[in-house]
Design a protein around this ligand. Structure first.
Ligand code: HEC
Length: 492
């Protein structure tokens, strides 16, 4: 089946959902003789928001920048704009996230019943009046759990981290968990794919899952190999509570990779992780606005960088080890000298920076942005007025990568497209449309001959760089125990 067909099918699958919700709304209005009583926010909506969303969307480091603590913030939304537009549920990103039109669907892993979503829509379409931000506490039912959000203290950091284990997580996801992180091992013999509570090691030649590494407490948002290929780090954690790093070491003790070392830091999940080339050190980037530098042997943070004023989504080291960079929701990329840990430059983008990468020669720094642009800067200390190049994409770009041999640059975007460019990012070579959902992660094999991508459809795709042909796709399935199914490009 062609990519276009699958996209069409998916869109069609989404449409009835929207229609049902809309019908629920219109039907109830039409059948009632008089208009039904208006939705009362404090009784009918707020208790649900407290119960289903309040555990995450609170405090200074609320996920996506979206906090439900005040009326103002409930309406203003987060990174993706106005959550509640009174009278216009169709324009309210809150509804789009509940419906799964914007990903990840909220609440993550357990969508709300359609009639609950319909009620939220009705409240918005009726003008989104807020009678009170304090939910009445009643005995029994949903009201029992309702608590005024503003009266709930934010847990001190330590307790928050301790609470991590107690976070309720869905036992199994009904659909495939998204693939949110990809990285080839330095010798190209393995591809690590981060998903829900697991990292799969795939054999790039066959697509077979060689090993499933469990241990992460939630979705894995970033993976990175040490330059000798002997260690693998996966980052994630509990949104709004604490970040988590899982470190696996290949070795004879207890079977290779068997048990991860689990390290907890940051006041929010960790969105980006990168090993420093040739060193037992790595860096982590978090929506808590900080970048932390770690000593991998001691498992301790040695320095916390606080140069960003908003969430930090990605971090990278140049292959020669000289430079480190971080990309943030504050629309900037900061460049550091690795040895001195001194910040030496800051580059500006038009919106939140979602991903960054250095090219093989450590001369170029590419940054992808929610403003649908990729910009490429020269790597040098001191002010740089303008990027060397800028390339537009129809939608926000989620992931970028260079191949280690310098021949290839790849990006993946929310429009489901994956594009291959040459290593200098001057010539567009291929466009691939096989992915059926947002692309969250891309990787290029060290020899530049293959690119891989993963995303919301839970699959890993492999394409040949030379002709853009789909070599195979692998369905990783839900949960850590799921079996992978490999489809070769020819059978499609
Ligand atoms: C387990 C934690 C968790 C729960 C529970 C949760 N969310 Fe989220 N939410 C997140 C994370 C993480 C993000 C950021 C996703 C991303 O990276 O884009 C997010 C993003 C959002 C955004 C997008 C903000 C923006 O503009 O970028 C909205 C809106 C949202 N959530 C609403 C809700 C609502 C409403 C509920 C309850 C019905 C809910 N969430 C429950 C973790 C959670």
């Amino acid at each position: 089946m062609t990519g276009a067909n699958r996209q069409g099918r998916r869109r069609a699958a989404l449409r009835p959902l929207v229609a049902i919700v809309a019908a629920g709304l219109c039907g109830s209005l039409a059948t009632a003789m008089a208009a039904p009583p208006k939705v009362q926010f404090s009784r009918q909506v707020l208790p649900m928001l407290n119960k289903e969303c309040g555990g995450c969307h609170r405090g200074a480091a609320a996920p996506g920048g979206y906090s439900l603590e005040s009326q103002e913030r409930l309406f203003a939304g987060g990174r993706h704009g106005r959550a509640v537009v009174p009278g216009k549920s169709g324009e309210s990103t809150l509804v789009k996230y509940l419906l799964g039109e914007l990903k990840p669907q909220m609440p993550p892993g357990k969508p709300l019943p359609l009639d609950t979503i319909a009620l939220v829509r009705r409240w918005i379409d009726e003008g989104a009046k807020i009678d009170s931000m304090v939910a009445p506490v009643e005995r029994g039912g949903i009201m029992r759990d309702a608590m005024p959000m503003t009266a709930t203290p934010r847990l001190p950091k330590k307790e928050g981290a301790a609470q991590l284990a107690g976070i309720p997580l869905p036992a199994a996801l009904s659909q495939s968990a998204p693939v949110t992180a990809l990285a080839y091992s330095p010798d190209g013999t393995l591809l690590a794919a981060g998903g829900y509570r697991a990292v799969r090691l795939l054999d790039p030649a066959t697509g077979a899952v060689v090993q499933t590494l469990s241990g992460p407490c939630d979705q894995v948002l970033s993976v990175s190999w040490s330059s000798d290929g002997k260690r693998l780090a996966a980052a994630g954690g509990a949104a709004g509570v604490a970040g988590e790093v899982c470190l696996w070491e290949a070795g004879p003790a207890a079977g290779p990779w068997a048990k991860p070392r689990i390290l907890k830091e940051h006041a929010d999940s960790i969105a980006g992780i990168a090993w420093r080339p040739g060193a037992a050190e790595f860096a982590t980037a978090s929506p808590d606005k900080t970048v932390k530098l770690w000593d991998a042997v001691g498992g301790k943070v040695v320095q916390t960088l606080k140069d960003h004023v908003d969430a930090v989504f990605s971090v990278a080291y140049s292959p020669d080890g000289q430079w480190m960079a971080s990309g943030s929701g504050d629309r900037t990329v900061k460049l550091y000298q690795t040895a001195s840990r001194a910040r030496v430059a800051s580059f500006s983008h038009g919106d939140a920076v979602s991903a960054i990468a250095f090219n093989a020669k450590s001369e170029l720094l590419a940054a992808a942005c929610v403003d649908k642009q990729i910009k490429v800067w020269p790597v040098k200390a001191g002010p740089v007025e303008n990027p060397l190049r800028g390339h537009g994409e129809g939608e926000a770009v989620n992931a970028i990568a260079f191949s280690a041999d310098g021949s290839t640059f790849v990006w993946g975007a929310q429009n489901r497209k994956v594009r291959i460019w040459n290593g200098e990012v001057t010539n567009h070579r291929r466009e691939m449309n096989d992915s059926a959902d947002w692309v969250y992660a891309v990787a290029a094999s060290p020899d530049g001959k293959t690119v891989a991508a993963g995303g919301g459809d839970g699959k890993v795709y492999f394409w040949s760089t030379a002709d853009g042909k789909l070599l195979k796709s692998v369905t990783l399935g839900a949960g850590a125990a799921a079996v992978a199914a490999v489809t070769t490009g020819d059978k499609k």
